[in-house]
Design a protein around this ligand. Structure first.
Ligand code: 5GP
Length: 114
């Protein structure tokens, strides 16, 4: 199967502005930011979307969420707050089929989303 753009970033086939990485996850700035801070946190494991995650992925998903909050704090979003978003499937607005958590902050965000 052909690698997704995020798998290519993971494998360092293409560049990205990486802000955090460990043996399980990688975080990098979004190429088309929707807020002053917009970072994507992805698992190295090629899980297409949260709806395809399995029971065996629960530790990985917990790690991803905790690291997303840590990265948000490291980027200075801890005090004013931030939003974590996971788009799933067509109606969810997913455009890259490799699970990713958006970390958005640096301005007040509206609710509900469009
Ligand atoms: P989705 O719509 O699937 O939830 O989010 C995909 C995100 O990936 C979008 O916000 C888009 O701007 C970002 N994106 C797509 N291609 C690239 C890329 O090659 N590099 C980076 N850094 N971000 C990308």
């Amino acid at each position: 199967m052909e690698k997704t753009i995020f798998q290519k970033i993971c494998d360092k086939d293409i560049p990205a502005d990486i802000v955090y990485e460990d043996d399980q996850v990688l975080a990098f700035h979004d190429a088309n930011p929707q807020a002053p801070t917009h970072v994507l946190m992805i698992p190295r494991k090629a899980i297409s979307r949260v709806n395809d995650a399995q029971d065996e992925d629960k530790l990985l998903l917990g790690h991803l969420l905790l690291k997303a909050a840590e990265v948000a704090r490291d980027l200075g979003l801890g005090e004013n707050g931030f939003r974590l978003v996971i788009n799933n499937g067509q109606d969810g607005g997913e455009s890259v089929p490799h699970l990713h958590c958006h970390i958005l902050g640096g301005r007040p965000l509206q609710w509900p989303p469009g």
